[in-house]
Design a protein. Structure first.
Length: 224
């Protein structure tokens, strides 16, 4: 009888210990996840505006395409720490030596993925679609685009971004008004810009309260 009671108590104590260890591990993971999200909002924010300048080069049916200036302005909203949705206005020229120099603009929507959002330096990748037109809307065309980049946080809330992207059009005569060859028109754009982050204070406060709750729940009360 005594033996059975001892065995039952041992099993019960083991289950309590295992449950306590599991609960502690769960709390530790939750605490780390909350701390990471808080760190993200400390370094960046839930919203950002972007300004960039660089160079654009066309892949058209003419062989002497030149590099031209390229400007971008945009807004992004972080859906998660890693993923954001951004909208950009892009202004650039397409030039072919001794043939033509035409101004274009595009409105693009992208999903962008930050690989290391909790660090000061993060690679990024993005893809989406856009609507392209000449300056006076004489010619318009849809397109898809994708790009790679790298963001360096200069200070909290301000990131320096370097990027390059490829834009593919579903026609062969939008950029150069010439149908010749086997490929559709395309644009390669590259630039350097600033991301200015803002917002996220309410989320930081909510995360701060969660962190306090987790810390309080993990307090060990010593025995007298």
């Amino acid at each position: 009888m005594v033996f059975r009671v001892c065995v039952s108590l041992s099993v019960l104590l083991t289950l309590v210990c295992v449950n306590s260890i599991h609960a502690q591990d769960t709390n530790d993971r939750d605490d780390k996840a909350i701390a990471k999200r808080f760190k993200f909002f400390e370094k960046r924010g839930s919203h950002a505006v972007e300004f960039a300048a660089g160079s654009a080069s066309s892949e058209v049916d003419y062989s002497d395409a030149e590099y031209e200036l390229y400007f971008r302005a945009g807004y992004k909203h972080h859906l998660t720490s890693h993923l954001n949705l951004n909208i950009t206005y892009n202004k650039y020229n397409v030039a072919v030596k001794d043939v033509f120099n035409e101004g274009f603009m595009s409105f693009d929507i992208n999903l962008e993925y930050l690989i290391s959002p909790f660090r000061n330096v993060s690679p990024l990748i993005y893809a989406g679609g856009g609507y392209n037109s000449t300056n006076y809307l004489e010619s318009t065309e849809t397109k898809v685009q994708g790009g790679l980049g790298l963001e360096f946080l200069l200070i909290e809330g301000v990131g320096l971004k370097i990027f390059g992207e490829y834009n593919y059009f579903f026609t062969d005569n939008h950029l150069d008004n010439l149908v010749l060859g086997d490929t559709d028109d395309a644009i390669i754009r590259a630039g350097l810009g600033l991301n200015i982050y803002f917002g996220g204070n309410k989320k930081k406060e909510a995360l701060r309260r969660k962190m306090k709750t987790v810390i309080n729940s993990n307090l060990i009360i010593p025995y007298n």
